[in-house]
Design a protein around this ligand. Structure first.
Ligand SMILES: Nc1ncnc2c1ncn2[C@@H]1O[C@H](COP(=O)(O)OP(=O)(O)OP(=O)(O)O)[C@@H](O)[C@H]1O
Length: 264
């Protein structure tokens, strides 16, 4: 990746909750501008904690970063507030597809653009772009978000984040609880957005199969440390990744046959 522009650099991050539980033991990685990077790992591996450390959301849960640094566009952002980060273009979609349940889908989307002090025309323009990405949201724009499907709520949460025109979209488990076809649809849209606009994406996923299909690179976390990283296409071919993260059995060893013996 030499020569590529580093957008986010996470270096040796350690994090604790309640000053007692250590969730991260020194996580490090870089994300280059324009790439999709996936954080993989089982339950409790530290994916969400890593994302919340980046977005400075740990204090809300009595968590804190105790060591390491996080640079975004070359600046240390470990003490930047979440609002400052959003203004700087770093926006997180939390796990659980949070929407304002009593607002319509369109009101949810518009709320995402309010912090940018864009004109009405700009907001209307951005809204149309979101509807072009997620036509389903246009059909349902007058529906209360709380009464729509899980997939529509996830699209709404992503669309609302996009309304703030991020440079780096951080997504926590976008596939969680959704039907495979909806997950596929959402990942295809994220990839399209990445290719067409250069949007950088950092996503945490337990669904390693889908993440490795759409990401450029991935980091695997176990018990708060990175244990593996590489190009997604390479990781997909590794037997240990297939066995532990893709639920595939390694190919059986070739059967021994007498004909494979060298001639006497
Ligand atoms: N608010 C919290 N208070 C105390 N401990 C927490 C809190 N959130 C997470 N932890 C602990 O930190 C560790 C890492 O959890 P984290 O949620 O970051 O993992 P994860 O990889 O995102 O898992 P999952 O896929 O289940 O969300 C776990 O041991 C977890 O129990």
């Amino acid at each position: 990746m030499a020569g590529k522009d580093v957008l986010l650099s996470v270096d040796g991050i350690k994090a604790t909750y309640n000053g007692a539980i250590t969730a991260l033991h020194g996580v490090s990685f870089t994300l280059h501008r324009g790439e999709i990077l996936a954080l993989l790992g089982a339950n409790g591996a530290g994916k969400t904690t890593t994302l919340k450390a980046i977005s400075n959301l740990l204090p809300a849960e009595r968590g804190e970063i105790t060591a390491g640094s996080i640079l975004y566009e070359g600046r240390d952002v470990t003490t930047a507030t979440p609002a400052q980060l959003v203004r700087a273009g770093l926006v997180q979609v939390l796990e659980g597809r949070h929407c304002f349940r009593n607002l319509t889908i369109e009101e949810n989307l518009v709320s995402g653009g309010l912090g940018r002090s864009g004109s009405r025309a700009e907001i209307a323009f951005d809204l149309e772009k979101i509807y072009a990405l997620f036509p389903r949201l246009k059909e349902k724009r007058r529906a209360l978000a709380g009464l729509t499907s899980g997939g529509e709520q996830q699209m709404t949460a992503i669309g609302r984040a996009l309304m703030s025109r991020p440079a780096l979209l951080v997504l926590d488990e976008p596939s969680m609880g959704l039907a495979p076809i909806v997950v596929q649809d959402i990942f295809k849209t994220l990839r399209r957005l990445n290719v067409e606009t250069g949007l950088s994406i950092l996503l945490a996923e337990q669904n390693s199969a889908i993440a490795l299909r759409y990401a450029d690179r991935a980091i695997v976390l176990e018990s708060g440390v990175g244990v593996l990283s590489g190009e997604a296409t390479e990781l997909r071919q590794r037997d240990d990744v297939k066995a532990f993260y893709l639920g595939q059995k390694p190919a059986p060893a070739p059967a021994f046959t007498p004909t494979s013996l060298p001639a006497a």
